[in-house]
Design a binder for this molecule. Structure first.
Ligand code: HMH
Length: 185
């Protein structure tokens, strides 16, 4: 059941259309604005998690927070280039993901760290499926498949303890599928 969810969250018509260059601007721009909102929510979650992780996890978590701040800058540049107004209301899938992140604030640290690893690993795998070399959206694909991002995901993997945590893993993956679905509606 988890395998099927990993596949659904990392192989999606949205990503196929990005790879093939057939994605509609309106769909891509919708994803862009909602993902900027998600990244802001993720930063809130991660900053709070940083405050309670054990000492050996602080480096990866703190580096990730800085990367998310840089990412919000990057989203603003991309949105400006594409003429997208980022001041948009959060759609249903974004709100549902926000609700999950807020619940994870109160979850045990090991559960929250495992969720964070899934959140990032799923993005690395998802965008890897959109690699083509010719996509007009190559800059986005390159961003989410960069070696530095893969290294970060590996570092989170060392901290994650997914055994026996199928419920939270499934919940994150379900939110990811809904996020791609939203982009294509
Ligand atoms: C929906 N999941 C979603 N957006 C992201 N930017 C990431 C994961 C990775 O940070």
């Amino acid at each position: 059941m988890l395998d099927a969810l990993w596949t659904a969250a990392t192989r999606h018509p949205f990503l196929d259309a990005v790879r093939d260059g057939t994605i509609a601007d309106a769909d891509f721009n919708r994803w862009l604005a909602q993902d900027a909102l998600f990244v802001a929510d993720l930063l809130t979650f991660q900053a709070r998690l940083l405050a309670r992780v054990p000492r050996p996890a602080q480096g990866a978590l703190a580096g990730g927070c800085v990367a998310l701040v840089d990412e919000l800058d990057w989203f603003e540049v991309q949105a400006a280039e594409r003429g997208v107004d980022l001041a948009q209301p959060a759609l249903e899938a974004t709100l549902a993901y926000r609700e999950l992140l807020q619940r994870l604030d109160a979850a045990p640290v090991d559960v929250a760290l495992t969720a964070l690893w899934v959140i990032e690993r799923v993005y690395l795998l998802a965008w890897s499926s959109a690699v083509s070399g010719t996509s007009p959206l190559r800059e986005f694909v390159d961003h989410w498949t960069a070696p530095g991002f893969a290294t970060y995901v590996d570092a989170l993997g060392v901290l994650a303890t997914p055994d026996g945590k199928d419920d939270v893993v499934a919940e994150v993956l379900t939110r990811e599928v809904a996020f791609w679905d939203m982009a294509l509606t």
